[in-house]
Design a protein around this ligand. Structure first.
Ligand code: B12
Ligand code: SF4
Length: 562
């Protein structure tokens, strides 16, 4: 008996990679090599990764296995159809089939839901006996002990940057709303015995490998032991981790000493409101810069992932994020559009809110808008994203991010060149016209005159006590968010305001009201202290409309007087 396992290609004018790019930055997933390792030795098994080799649809095989993420599903179904037309049964597994097994079953003969470890052999037995069941799902997650080493020998070695991949853990202790991992693995985070990982790593040729874990440092005690044991092997490695890693100096040091040279970190957003919304508050917005610095101090190259289109993202998000990457010398920024993947909490929410534009899975690729954003139109989001992808890999931006006196300079430049070639295929984008205005609106205003500041009144005593602590605030911070759909700018003010601050605020507001912004709503509730001159000025300009219990809240500043 012989089986062909297939990883479908993703045919897309600007997302699919050329062979050259695959060779420079792409590593092999462990999906099919793991499945092959689970296959009994009396069965011949071969792998085709359609990204690097064509599929032979005329091949004489007994059974075909196909995998796929959401965006691969339409292609996977087409592949299945071609083999089934010839009477060859097809089994499908992987993230998409596991989330939507009934849909997948319409296109294939059997669907494996979740991990294959506990069901694959049984499925093959059933197949041999001619009684393949429609669905296979293990009653429990598999043990991490004694897992067979993936059959890397079945991959075409020279097609990728590396085929040296290994996995130390499965799952993630966190539960970010948009992520498929926690849906797939439930709340589990399972670690392989360190001895087995070390044995597997020792067998890999060469001195570089990728740990394809979702979060290699999800269990700090385990990670520390692993890193200590890796160190003597003198390998270099790359992986993914959550930002919590950077807050444990010992863990970070051990990672670096064990050979960690680059990490993919899901930063996702610079806005704490966004992070809270998607259940990712453990990424603390105010610590992002520190976290990036900590990684660089250990000479770890940062691949940072950012998501555009979250509910608090306005038109300023693209430029703000890119400048953050430049300021913090993030070597390889990766921008994604928010994508509600079936099975995730985000998908359920978007579907319930009627915000999904369609269910054409091929478009669920992280680079195409598939939902209605809250503060922007679909078009603004798409074009802003395109702009960030292209601009982020312009020579100017590469220069700002990469040219600094640290090691591995050539690796940094070469990987940027490869990413640039992908970015250049992105369609033209544009920076939303309000972007700069929004950046200016958000610039902090320094306080010039601290005399005459008076405490806000009208708040409850407890809140007042807190405000007294803010008396010394010597700046006025502005947090502006523009809602393109309502044509309204919301400005939250925080700190203290003197006359100059009030003047500057009025000047900026006048500027924005000349453009397409039709209405401004000012929120004064976090202004701790304000001078009587500032109050007088704001009143004269028609900016203060006291509301009951919130003395300094002003609304509808559409008609600022001269
Ligand atoms: C490595 C990796 C990548 C690599 C892939 C390199 C490559 N050559 O393709 C990189 C970093 C480039 C990448 C990119 C992307 N990835 Co990715 N990636 C992973 C990661 C971390 C590991 C994959 C892996 O090797 N797993 C180990 C194997 C053993 O597990 P497995 O694949 O789940 O397979 C098991 C079962 O699912 C089952 N199974 C799977 N297939 C089949 C088939 C059959 C026939 C059977 C019987 C069983 C079976 O058996 C296996 C053993 O139990 C996974 C997360 C994860 N934990 O899996 C995300 C993951 C697969 N990626 C994901 C996503 C979204 C992407 C991107 C779309 C992100 C983006 N927006 O750009 C891109 C798409 C890239 C592309 N064009 O294909 C999502 C998929 C979600 C979904 N529902 O579609 C995942 C789950 C991560 C997440 N956070 O949600 N990725
Ligand atoms: S930390 Fe990363 S892997 Fe873990 S749930 Fe969040 S996005 Fe997924």
């Amino acid at each position: 008996m012989n089986i062909r396992l297939i990883d479908p290609a993703y045919e897309h004018p600007y997302i699919s990679h050329s062979q050259k790019v695959i060779k420079t930055i792409w590593f092999a997933r462990l999906t099919l090599t793991t499945l092959a390792a689970l296959t009994p030795p009396d069965i011949e098994v071969k792998i085709t990764d359609e990204n690097v080799d064509p599929i032979d649809f005329e091949e004489d095989v007994d059974l075909v296995g196909v995998t796929g993420m959401v965006m691969h599903a339409p292609r996977a179904y087409k592949i299945a159809q071609r083999f089934r037309q010839r009477g060859i049964p097809v089994v499908m597994g992987g993230p998409h089939a596991s989330s939507l097994p009934s849909e997948a079953k319409e296109h294939v003969d059997a669907v494996v839901i979740g991990e294959a470890e506990n069901v694959w052999e049984g499925l093959l037995e059933d197949f041999k006996r001619g009684c393949l069941k429609p669905f296979y799902q293990a009653a429990a997650f598999c043990t991490m002990e004694g897992l067979p080493f993936p059959r890397l020998d079945l991959l075409r070695k020279n097609a990728y940057m590396t085929i040296n991949c290994a996995q130390t853990t499965r799952g993630c202790p966190h539960r970010c709303d948009f992520c498929h991992v926690t849906h797939f693995f439930g709340k589990t985070y399972r670690c392989r015995p360190v001895d087995e990982v070390i044995e597997e790593v020792k067998r890999l040729e060469g001195d570089f490998l990728v740990f394809i874990d979702d979060n290699i440092a999800g269990n700090r005690r385990y990670a520390k032991e692993l890193f200590l044991r890796l160190k003597p092997l003198k390998k270099q490695w790359a992986s993914q981790a959550s930002m919590t890693l950077t807050r444990d100096p010992e863990l970070l040091r051990l990672a670096a000493e064990s050979g960690c040279v680059s990490l993919f970190i899901g930063v996702e957003s610079l806005s704490s409101e966004n992070l809270k919304d998607v259940n990712k508050s453990f990424n603390q917005a105010h610590q992002l810069e520190e976290a990036m610095k900590a990684l660089h101090d250990h000479d770890i190259m940062v691949l940072a992932g950012f998501i555009f289109g979250l509910d608090h993202d306005d038109e300023g998000v693209f430029e703000r994020t890119l400048r953050f990457c430049e300021r913090n010398r993030i070597e390889l920024p990766s921008f994604f559009l928010l994508t509600p993947l079936p099975g995730t909490a985000l998908f359920q929410r978007m579907e319930a809110e009627g915000r999904l534009l369609h269910k054409d899975w091929a478009q669920y690729n992280g680079a195409t808008v598939v939902f209605k954003p809250r503060l922007m139109t679909e078009e603004t989001l798409q074009r802003g994203f395109n702009w960030a992808c292209r601009e982020g890999y312009s020579w100017g931006s590469i220069f700002k991010r990469v040219f600094h006196p640290q090691q591995r300079f050539f690796t940094r430049v070469l990987s940027n060149i490869a990413y640039r070639s992908i970015a250049q295929k992105t369609p033209e984008g544009y920076l939303p016209s309000l972007s700069q205005i929004l950046q200016r609106m958000n610039d902090t205003i320094p306080l010039k005159n601290t005399r005459d500041l008076i405490q806000r009144v009208g708040e409850k005593i407890a809140e007042k006590k807190l405000l007294i602590g803010q008396k010394a605030a010597d700046t006025l911070k502005l947090y502006s968010v523009y809602n393109e759909r309502l044509k309204t700018l919301f400005v939250r003010l925080e700190g203290s305001m003197d006359r100059e601050g009030a003047r500057e605020l009025v000047k900026r507001l006048k500027g924005v009201l000349n453009v397409e912004i039709q209405k401004v709503i000012l929120d004064f509730k976090d202004v701790g202290a304000i001078s009587s001159e500032a109050i007088a000025l704001l009143s004269r300009k028609g900016l203060l409309h006291g509301e009951e219990g919130r003395l300094w809240k002003a609304v509808n500043a559409s008609g600022i007087t001269d």
